[in-house]
Design a binder for this molecule. Structure first.
Ligand SMILES: C[S@@+](CC[C@H](N)C(=O)[O-])C[C@H]1O[C@@H](n2cnc3c(N)ncnc32)[C@H](O)[C@@H]1O
Length: 331
């Protein structure tokens, strides 16, 4: 596939379908050209979100257990390719691809086999038995409720689950609801700092959602073809919001009280930065004062912000912050 070969009729049709964000009962991949054009464009954008998730898992020092991988709702297979790239084909040995579209499974199988020679890659039309690692990517908003039990059987058969979805309010809330159902059965690796009930579940927090932003690769800004694609497709490539959940049957310890997960973006004002954080004590909106927490304040200006910050107000954090502060940023 090249930029010149993109099937715009297919991309426009798919985009309209994705924007509707409602359950789709029938397979919508019509031919190879659909999948190849998707894989070259929209799927790359999804891959950038997976890169952010996998980098964060690396930072947390987490790796999946050895054993097979099942990519559920694989589409062109970008998610499993990212995961195998990150952890190595040897770890999984075998990759199975499940989709209700035979065309999608077959496309994804060819792409994975081409990328990872020697890896055992097969199609799995049933998709109920994950065994090792289950990968789910951008499926929830189009999943028909009749199909959720089948997906949940795959989840419950897995040792660990890596799940990435768009960063919209309804999809994030859907993921939070599933987390609630699964958190006693699995340990929660990320993004949550604990395994307890989600801090966004209380009624007063219904308008909030758990979302994050991935970094757009520099080449997207320097390669005019991406800019033209973004304009033509009506997609803002600078913004990559996602929600995610990683579960593991192996024990995972909760974060120390001073560690806070940063949600979304910070709003940075002159004297302070306002940011939503999640920590073992709560999910809350906090103001980080520039005067007392200069380094944390400064870090929150980044786009996207850091994945975690030391929680101001917790013993030891103020002292550490003042010591680390860059004197030039004070004032
Ligand atoms: C938006 S695409 C995402 C594809 C891929 N996971 C990715 O991240 O690029 C959603 C995929 O889920 C598949 N899908 C939707 N409902 C499904 C179901 N009930 N069973 C299996 N696959 C399903 C669709 O066929 C499609 O390939």
């Amino acid at each position: 596939m090249t930029w010149e070969e993109l099937d715009w009729a297919a991309l426009d049709r798919l985009r309209a379908l994705f924007l509707k964000s409602e359950p789709v009962k029938e397979p919508y991949w019509r031919n190879e050209s659909d999948l190849a054009s998707y894989d070259f464009t929209y799927a790359q954008r999804i891959g950038w979100k997976w890169d952010a998730v996998l980098a964060e898992l690396g930072r947390l020092g987490w790796t999946p257990p050895s054993g097979p991988l099942l990519d559920w709702g694989c589409g062109s297979g970008v998610a499993s390719r990212c995961v195998v790239d990150a952890f190595g084909a040897e770890r999984f040995g075998r990759v199975r691809l499940h989709d209700r579209s035979g065309l999608a499974m077959s496309f994804a199988r060819r792409r994975a086999a081409g990328r990872f020679p020697g890896l055992d890659v097969s199609m799995d039309p049933v998709g109920e038995e994950a065994g090792g690692t289950l990968v789910v990517s951008h499926v929830l908003n189009e999943l028909h409720q009749d199909d959720l039990p089948r997906l949940m059987r795959a989840v419950r058969s897995a040792e660990c689950v890596l799940w990435v979805e768009p960063g919209t309010h309804p999809v994030s809330r859907g993921l939070i609801a599933l987390r609630e159902k699964l958190r006693e059965e699995f340990h929660v690796v990320a993004p949550c700092p604990h395994r307890g009930a989600c801090g966004l579940l209380p009624e007063a927090r219904e308008r909030d959602w758990c979302h994050f932003f991935a970094k757009t690769p520099t080449e997207v800004f320097t390669d005019g073809r991406w800019a033209r694609f973004g304009q033509r497709a009506g997609v803002d490539l600078r913004s990559l919001p996602y929600s995610w959940l990683v579960l593991d049957r192996r024990p995972v310890s909760e974060w120390a009280p001073h560690r806070a997960r940063v949600l979304g973006f910070a709003e940075v004002f002159k004297p302070y930065a306002r940011v939503d954080v999640c920590h073992v004590g709560a999910t809350e909106r906090i103001d980080v004062a520039k005067r007392t927490h200069a380094a944390v304040y400064k870090s929150l200006k980044a786009t996207p912000p850091p994945p975690e910050i030391p929680l101001p107000g917790v013993e030891g954090v103020e002292k550490a912050e003042v010591d680390e502060a860059d004197p030039a940023s004070e004032g």
